[in-house]
Design a protein around this ligand. Sequence first.
Ligand SMILES: [Zn+2]
Length: 240
Amino acid sequence: MRNHLQQFATATVIVAALIFSGCSFSLLPGSDSVIGGDPRPDPGSEPGASPSPDPGSDPSQPGPGHIVPLTDGFDFPVGDRNGKGWGVTGYGFLEWSNYSGTWHPGEDWNMYGSPMADLGKPVYAVANGIVRFSGFNSTQGNIIMVEHHLPDGSTVWSQYAHLQQRWVAEGEIVGRRQIIGTVGRGPNNTFSPHLHFEIRIKYLPQNGWPRTNGQAWPKSKVLEYYADPTVFINSHRPET
Ligand SMILES: [Zn+2]
């Protein structure tokens, strides 16, 4: 327990140091489809901050009193547990996005049918975990980030963006298939309704995006931090 507390305290000190040193992470827009599927100019301002993700700043150690349930498999974030009725009809994983000038680090999920059909539909936690971020980001809208602890000892994060509503708060334990929010359109209805969904395999802050000082990360670096969501889920399906 003492070691556990020390780890937590260390992480807290590092995070505080980063905050007080003025270190900021990139807060950049997602690349996203709009109605009709055509990219639109980037409405967000680029702060020019470096994401410089530092492994030492990973606050993934749960605080005292938090018992994060291990994952028992992953389901899809929309539709039924297999994603039925939905598909990645917007930007796919590692597709080049002119909208953001980066490799798209996730998948844009839409419901088949009317472009507006997605709006307000439930978004589900893909696996058991703990909510690490639930808040608003001026370029991506409402975001939820859930941290997942796998039985093999690894940790991954699922990220859900452009939500209309957020139903969970930071620190909350969530279960697989728990509704955590609803599909939205991003800030100021920027986008056609869809879910921007990521699986991160290395810690990034909630507003992380794969570029540094305006330069898109190469694919090889994107792959250090992000997994192909559909491939990841399909290789981690629950037994039942
Ligand atoms: Zn997207």
